[in-house]
Write a protein that binds this ligand. Structure first.
Ligand code: SF4
Length: 393
């Protein structure tokens, strides 16, 4: 399938988490162009590669080695191609293979299925990467190539909408009672799984129906929030988000001499989106000024420039002719550990020099308590304080 040509519904599945929380966002976003970034184009290419691998695995007769190789070679000529895409899409394929092989009977597999969830959402449709149906279970598997945000399958609105659409399409043919949803995000080493019943899915569908009706009409309440606004196209100009952040930044209420740890934690959480919002607003104001618009009190200027050679080889040659030693002009630097691993390949790297790698602790960082990493502290525990020092008394 032509991935670039994947059409998006007004109430798209990928933005469902947003319009479910903030129904008027869907119509407000329509005023802003959907600028596909380079990372989106890179994701599209990786999806195309993933698709042909899964298609070749399940439908070897129709999509045999020759067809597969032809399509692969074509993808390899794309400007955004990177060899690591091959490895990452293999991880996605491996997950699908393992899942399919663990089932009691061979699943019915649908790849790049256009799912219609318009029974719940006006004009609602989307494209599911892979759907497996086996016995009483419908399994929606989604490939995510992004590495900016780790995505969880738990109560995932996008996958749940695909599940609703797929259930509507196949409920007469298969006795579906369970829904499984998986996200494979290899660049973040993330495989997330979630399972629930068809009853729970259909109940959620009723909630979706109500919210979608509001969103379709551009009604309902705005609900600014860090995660909700993150990818909204209206995020820089939306008044609700603007008011919300300005209020958070300046409405600090009473001023006791010291704030407590509880207040500090709360304020850190409250201020998180203010910083992001300021950045979004700056980006918008800069593009507006560059386009000749007026943002009172601000203007666009040329940033600090940088110097570069017009012809470095020639310049170096001339310097050396004048007696400057070559060693003064060049420096030899080793690749970083991560770069070496990339060049050599993870498996070879581990086999050859894996035991020569030590993991040094990173700089302490403050994160939300929901983060999966264990908490650290500098405080000396009682066990450490009373442990034998190893020095003879
Ligand atoms: S920026 Fe946030 S509050 Fe405003 S429409 Fe978008 S999601 Fe809703």
């Amino acid at each position: 399938m032509n991935h670039e040509g994947r059409k998006h519904a007004v109430l798209s599945a990928s933005a469902a988490h947003r319009w479910l929380m903030c129904p008027p966002s869907a119509r407000l976003e329509e005023q802003f162009p959907d600028t596909a970034s380079e990372s989106a184009a890179e994701g599209t290419l990786a999806h195309e590669l993933a698709e042909i691998k899964v298609r070749h695995y399940f439908y070897t007769v129709d999509f045999g080695r020759q067809k597969y190789t032809r399509r692969l070679n074509k993808l390899k000529k794309e400007a955004l191609w990177q060899d690591e895409m091959d490895r990452y899409t293999n991880e996605y394929l491996d997950y699908i293979k393992q899942t399919a092989l663990s089932l009691e009977s061979a699943p019915y597999a649908v790849i790049e299925m256009r799912v219609d969830y318009s029974a719940y959402v006006p004009d609602g449709f989307g494209t599911a990467d892979c759907i497996l149906i086996s016995g009483e279970t419908l399994h929606v598997i989604d490939f995510k190539y992004g590495k900016g945000v780790m995505v969880s399958a738990e109560e995932n609105a996008q996958l749940s909408l695909y599940a609703l659409g797929a259930y509507e399409a196949y409920k007469m043919l298969y006795p579906i009672k369970h829904i499984r949803m998986s996200i494979v995000q290899p660049r973040l080493d993330n495989i997330s799984e979630w399972e629930y019943t068809v009853e729970a899915l259909l109940k959620w569908g009723e909630y979706v129906r109500e919210r979608a009706a509001l969103a379709w009409k551009g009604e309902g309440d705005y609900a600014p929030g860090t995660d909700t606004c993150r990818f909204c196209r209206a995020k820089a100009r939306c008044r609700a988000r603007s008011d919300h952040n300005v209020k958070k930044a300046f409405d600090i209420g009473e001023l006791p001499p010291l704030i407590s740890a509880v207040e500090a934690g709360k304020r850190l959480a409250e201020l998180e989106d203010v910083v992001k919002y300021q950045k979004d607003l700056q980006e918008w104001a800069l593009s507006e000024c560059l386009a000749g618009g007026d943002v009172p009190g601000w203007k666009a200027v040329e940033g600090r420039g940088s110097r570069d050679w017009t012809d470095m080889d020639k310049a170096f040659e001339m310097l050396q002719e004048q007696g400057v030693d070559r060693a003064m002009l060049w420096e030899e630097r080793p690749l970083t550990l991560a770069q070496v691993e990339k060049v050599v390949g993870k498996k070879e790297f581990n086999g050859l020099v894996g035991d020569m790698v030590v993991k040094r602790p990173g700089k302490p960082a403050l994160v939300r308590s929901s983060d999966k990493r264990p908490a650290i502290t500098n405080k000396v525990s009682a066990a450490e304080a009373f442990a034998p020092s190893g020095v003879d008394q």
